[in-house]
Design a protein around this ligand. Structure first.
Ligand SMILES: Nc1ncnc2c1ncn2[C@@H]1O[C@H](COP(=O)(O)OP(=O)(O)OP(=O)(O)O)[C@@H](O)[C@H]1O
Ligand SMILES: [Mg+2]
Length: 180
């Protein structure tokens, strides 16, 4: 078992930007190195820990605070964690940062609304445009871009593999994981 330090890779980005896709690649890579790793994916959290919450600002904040609470419990006990939720509001992300500093690594999974809408993996943008879904981030609800994320992965320019590699390189460089 690798002697990992706890850290939290806090992904933020629009729906369809690539958070889950990149997370899955990282899980494969890091587990194959013998790392411990836990994942709090937005969709899974909303089915469990945050079941019943909606998409008002208040409910979104509650959802993200719950994710931060659990991520903090894990990372402070040296269990690395990836959170992969949209987390649209800067203020709540900064709360998470303060809670977990210096184990907190904000990863901006960057793709424009246009690119995400073109991908429309889950068909949600179409529903947001037609008004079937209200309060959809990037369409009818705000997304506040990070201003000083530790890592920015540009998923319009990079492949998912390149983004995952960039993140692994950062973790190695910071000493969160051993160099392979
Ligand atoms: N460079 C890239 N990095 C990540 N995903 C990419 C990239 N290029 C294309 N894609 C595609 O974009 C889609 C991203 O979907 P994904 O479910 O990972 O987004 P998400 O950020 O988790 O969205 P949500 O917030 O709705 O869960 C996938 O279909 C993926 O194949
Ligand atoms: Mg996802």
């Amino acid at each position: 078992m690798a002697d990992d330090k706890g850290y939290c890779l806090w992904f933020t980005g629009l729906s369809g930007s690539g958070k889950t896709t990149i997370t899955n690649l990282l899980v494969k890579e890091l587990l194959s190195r013998g790392s411990k790793l836990e994942v709090l994916d937005g969709d899974v959290v909303r089915e469990n820990l945050s079941k019943g919450l909606g998409f008002s600002k208040e409910d979104r904040d509650t959802n993200i605070r719950r994710i931060a609470f659990v991520a903090n419990l894990l990372s402070r006990n040296d269990v690395p964690v990836i959170t992969a939720a949209i987390s649209p509001y800067r203020e709540i992300r900064d709360e998470a940062r303060q809670m977990m500093d210096p184990h907190f690594v904000e990863v901006y999974v960057k793709a424009s609304v246009e690119a995400c809408e073109e991908r429309d993996v889950k068909g949600l943008y179409a529903k947001a445009r037609s008004g079937e879904i209200k309060e959809f981030t990037g369409v009818s609800d705000p997304y506040e871009e990070p201003e000083n994320a530790e890592i920015v992965v540009d998923t319009e320019q990079q492949s998912p593999e390149q983004s995952a590699q960039q993140i692994v390189a950062y973790l190695e460089q910071q000493g969160f994981i051993a160099a392979s």
